[in-house]
Design a protein around this ligand. Sequence first.
Ligand SMILES: [Mg+2]
Ligand SMILES: [Zn+2]
Length: 215
Amino acid sequence: MKNYQFFCDFDGTITKEDTLNKFLRVYAGDKWLESEKEWLQGKIGSKECIEKQMQLFANVDYNLLDNFADSIEIDETFVDFLNYIKSQDIDFYIVSDGFDYFIERILKNYNISDIKIFSNVLKIKDGKFQTFFPNYDQSCTPRSGVCKCNVIKTNRIVTKRVLYAGDGMSDFCASKNADFLFAKGRLLEYCKNTKIDNMIEFNSFKEIKDYIKLL
Ligand SMILES: [Mg+2]
Ligand SMILES: [Zn+2]
């Protein structure tokens, strides 16, 4: 048995591409790119960015979300990895700056259940999106919808070590609160630039599984 908690990003880490980014590309015309640019330049946090982008829609329904979510694929090695994690009694949590509705639908498509998820919340009322940010912390500098460092601080068990896997900007604040990191994409660059060395590069969950076996 391994005494670990595993916190894991969702988009671009478990999924092959970023769900919300793809959703906006497909359905939002060009207007969402204005806030996206402000976010990439660090002028606004992802919470403000997502709020603005989701306000661009009218006449949406849950069918649209379902059909879209059904086009999202996940890492082929994730299910096997998850079974391994469960067999080792490692606690597994998804910490995502995306929306609960997409995450739950995508996991269901792969028969994955019983995972604790910390994310933003998406609802529809009168054809318009409503967004909620129960894990937001305005004092955390990236002003992401979900402050991932807080989620870890609040849920970590003192007797266990924290593993974390991620790929993007919303994972930066979490990276300082993990005992060991699996990184790719922008998170990998960030770890290299800020000399975070308790980290290895990964491309698939098979690599993470092989690594955990050695712990
Ligand atoms: Mg990501
Ligand atoms: Zn934070």
